[in-house]
Design a binder for this molecule. Sequence first.
Ligand code: TXA
Ligand code: MG
Length: 320
Amino acid sequence: MESLPPSKNIPLAAQLIREGKLVAFPTETVYGLGANALDPYAVAKIFEAKERPSFDPLIVHIADLADVERLTSVRDERIQLLAAEFWPGPLTMVLPKSKVVPDIVTSGLPTVGIRMPNHPMALDLIRQAQRPIAAPSANKFGRVSPTQALHVTKNLPAVDLVLDGGPTTVGIESTIIRMHEDGFEILRHGAVTRKDLERIVPHHASERQAGIVAPGMLKSHYSPNKPLHIFHPSVVEKIKKEKTGLLAFSENETTGFKKVIQLTSDQNLKEYAVNLFAAIHKMEANDEIETILVEPVPEEGIGIAIMDRVRKAAYEHQVP
Ligand code: TXA
Ligand code: MG
């Protein structure tokens, strides 16, 4: 099936959502593959298009705080505090769900992940559709998330419409937290850091319960279509530099590679995060490149989330 070229037609996109169709849309983190969250048949199409296993729940995107009350079954003042500080923005809260949320959205879990994205096009779409929108990242399951509209059209041709809002401004997926009586637990690291959160609610690192809580935490995820390794001198010895693309953080050791993409000009971690996935997409598309090397970053601030994604992208292809 041929997809339409990326569009900026929000009223049409909203109409498609109301009709139970699939619309990919920009958020500040990555592009999402959206459907009416209250329509189980529409949501089923997301799983089909992504080839996503049904045990992996979706995040519900809202544009108005009042929707939290409709979608959840708790009243917790910490939700208001966190929302006031971080929404719209890259924070997903996992909360006990109400009956309004179809089971397919949450993969049968009693909780639902909710976030208000910080992107005018996303917020407009949700408001005009007058429905909360369930949306995972708009990539095939386990692959690299899209940060540009063209990444979506290339990899998910079955989407009914792709809204083009330009490149995303955060570049990696939202921080996911789950609330406990005595604090919160981070299920996936993102641009909102533990320190940011602790300014608003006290943290108690409770033991994570057994089983898949957030499949984004599966060890291998975000896999590119060719081997990706974390840069280390011992790895460089084993690869063919002339067939390798380097994603660089510093300006050291960049000679001899087929292609070098400098992810940041001044070792700025936010800039590195913004550019990381697009650079991986570029290296994937370059036929002259067989191997991707990624220079690691310090694990502080958003660097924790960056290295989480890089390790997952590298997992399947570790040098023995
Ligand atoms: O930034 C983002 O979060 C992007 C944009 C589009 O909003 N979305 C995104 O969705 O990254 P996805 O589906 O690729 O990753 C969402 C993660 C999954 O790993 C899923 O397991 C977890 O959120 N999740 C969703 N609902 C959950 C729940 N009720 N309990 C635990 N984990 C949940
Ligand atoms: Mg994803």
